[in-house]
Design a protein around this ligand. Sequence first.
Ligand code: NAI
Length: 343
Amino acid sequence: FPVRAATLRNLYHPPRRQFSASAVHSSKVSILGAAGGIGQSLALLMKLNPLVSELALYDIKGGPGVAADLSHINTQSKVVGYGSSASGLAHTLNGSDMILIPAGVPRKPGMTRDDLFSSNASIVRDLAKAIADAAPNANILVITNPVNSTVPIVAEVLKSQGVYNSKRLFGVNTLDAIRASRFISQIKGTDPANENVPIIGGHSGITIIPLVSHSGHPDISGTTLDELIQHIQFAGDEVVQAKDGAGSATLAMALAGARFADSLLRANHGQKGIIETAFVDNPLYKDQGIDFFASMVELGPDGMQKIHQVDKLSPYEENMLKRALPDLKKNINRGVDFVKETA
Ligand code: NAI
């Protein structure tokens, strides 16, 4: 049976408004690392997205195979896949409106996201160089961890090539928001589709700051709040341990990446009022030397349209923020220094 747009829309939550039937929507979306755990499921979800006209898949192993498989799904988009070669990467990137990057190594039990730096920093740097050459105007969605460092790496590379556009670079931390809405619904016995917990800060451990006081459940407090925050901040570790050496979150992450990509595509095509959390170039703490910070971000035709700063944090959240900022600064500087040292 054909996959219908309405079916797809139910897959992403919160439910979306329809587009006008007359508008033309078509985007080329590329996925780098498309044959991995996240990449394959993400590619499947993007193949179901009616806003995608072409899906280009690149991986150093298995890109063409995933593309051949997906190309049989009866939705309209064209699917192409490339293996490891500079020309394959260039073909993938040429003309892309959006580039999703889940390429790299995932965590094993006992590792923090920061431990991935030594493997993933150079992968992301080299992919960013290729993007600067082939698709400098694309929206770039970085999934590869440690996101707190990989996003600054991409920014530094693009700056060095003179093509940096801060409105088009996003660290994908949507999974933190998805987890928060799920976990809070389990405490309150509600439908997670109706729960929305703003996430600010970064995307690892204590840098993930869920704003429960802005969630509609400011009554959650004491041990329940402590446990909820701990659960959201370290949910990734639960998955890494349960997978026992076979990787980290892939399925929920693919959904999170597909949701952010769908939100941005809809905003690019003119839908208004779309807000997601994202780790972005952010003026909020620049005076403290912190150039990137996750905020609730309004998306628009040109990428990031507006950063919604949170008015008032609870004392509990102020305390989380105080603890997070030094870590965040370290993570960001590590990325920036890496590009400077290895350029
Ligand atoms: P995986 O190992 O299953 O897949 C990674 C893929 O990247 C592999 O197919 C590999 O061949 C490919 N790859 C490696 N180097 C490449 C290169 N230079 N160019 C193109 N492809 C390349 O890993 P998985 O589970 O898909 O995770 C990918 C990344 O996503 C990891 O860094 C992981 O930590 C991160 N992640 C991020 C989350 C987030 O919330 N932002 C959540 C979960 C994971």
